[in-house]
Design a protein around this ligand. Structure first.
Ligand SMILES: Nc1ncnc2c1ncn2[C@@H]1O[C@H](COP(=O)(O)OP(=O)(O)OP(=O)(O)O)[C@@H](O)[C@H]1O
Ligand SMILES: [Mg+2]
Length: 348
């Protein structure tokens, strides 16, 4: 059963559609990410759910109730935006209590819920601290507690971690995920960070120019993108043009010098995506693509290589397993499995 349903949700500003006929069904307890490049309509979508932006067309239905004529403050949603301004003259507890007091909840219950929620986000020891004396990550947790304390029907997060440095951001991602899993609040996260979406979501909605490109679980979105756009947005991707080779003994495709047997896979489309970590260095052979190691960058747990071939530069990522990797300038041969070619274009 769907809990939050967006039907043909549309927002136009003049002649441009910020959000263009978006359809999405979210289950109760699900963690959904809206992912896409700047300007694709993520924030506008979230703001329409929140009730801050009025849709031009379409509807938003929460738990069977149409939200259309319900004002933002009556929707019962928890919201954390990128600029999660806390009240500077209030302690962590007072900041979190603010929303509850607005709802007219009794002092004693209020105090219990504030204490529990601050504990939940790992701030049980800082309840009387003022924002100016907290780190960015701690302030972020207060903002999250403030959204959660009202026991929202849906938690809406708009790039909530983007002000944090990379390491803290990764820690907060894990924490956010575990908090969300433990309390089971239906959550919609807006991000343009693909690793954040992959790490946190039950499903990812990839958006492009106000429209949905693909909705999929993280693994499927990464491994089976249905377009070059999604493939390229969710990670590094090599795009190859493919020709069917009818002269070969078994069904095969040709990518420049490489003749690749399909191994029972269906004939792919005219272009395919191959992820850099699926490409191996091999001995010279008819199924391998020859090239020259152009750059080789050591990144601790893996090598990031750029190999110059007759079809352009190919990215290769090899785990640092202790084996030596060819030097820059060396001739190399690239091989990958037929099933690692993801079709993304028209039929051959
Ligand atoms: N109030 C407004 N008036 C006119 N155009 C707007 C308004 N708000 C948003 N837009 C336009 O709608 C489109 C979508 O904007 P939106 O803020 O939803 O993008 P976004 O995906 O959140 O981008 P970002 O990742 O940069 O935050 C953009 O082209 C933007 O310029
Ligand atoms: Mg935005």
């Amino acid at each position: 059963m769907s809990y939050l349903v967006l039907n043909n949700l549309t927002k136009r500003y003049g002649s441009t559609a910020a959000v263009d006929g978006l359809n999405l069904e979210i289950k109760q307890g699900e963690f959904i990410s809206l992912l896409g490049p700047s300007g694709c309509g993520k924030t506008t979508t979230l703001q329409m759910i929140a009730g801050f932006v009025e849709p031009t067309a379409g509807s938003i239905v929460l738990n069977g109730r149409d939200l259309n004529n319900i004002p933002a403050n009556k929707r019962g949603l928890g919201i954390v935006f990128q600029n999660y301004a806390l009240f500077p003259h209030m302690t962590a507890s007072q900041n979190v209590a603010f929303g509850l007091e607005m709802q007219g909840i009794k002092k004693a219950e209020c105090a219990d819920r504030v204490a529990d929620t601050l504990k939940l986000v790992g701030l049980g020891h800082l309840t009387d601290r003022y924002p100016a004396r907290m780190s960015g990550g701690q302030q972020q947790r207060v903002a999250l507690a403030r959204a959660l304390v009202i026991k929202p029907a849906v938690l809406l997060l708009d790039e909530p971690l983007s002000n944090l440095d990379a390491k803290l951001r990764e820690e907060m991602q894990l924490e956010l995920r575990s908090i969300q899993r433990s309390i089971g609040t239906t959550t919609v996260l807006v991000t343009h960070d693909q690793s954040e979406a992959l790490a946190l979501s039950d499903r990812i909605v990839v958006m492009n120019q106000g429209r949905v490109e693909q909705i999929a679980e993280p693994y499927a979105a990464y491994e089976q993108p249905n377009s070059e756009f999604v493939g390229g947005f969710l990670g590094k991707a090599n795009i190859f043009q493919v020709l069917a080779d009818l002269s070969a003994a078994e069904p095969s495709v040709r990518i420049a010098e490489a003749l690749i047997a399909l191994d029972g896979m269906p004939m792919p489309t005219a272009s395919v995506i191959v992820r850099p970590e699926k490409i191996l260095f091999s001995a010279p052979q008819p199924s391998a693509l020859p090239g020259i190691m152009k750059t080789r960058v050591f990144q601790g747990n893996h090598w990031l290589c750029q190999v110059k071939t007759s079809v352009g530069d190919v990215l290769v990522i090899r785990q640092n397993d202790g084996e030596p990797v060819a030097h820059e300038g060396a001739i190399v041969h690239l091989r990958w499995r037929a099933q690692d070619m993801r079709p993304v274009g028209a039929a051959v």
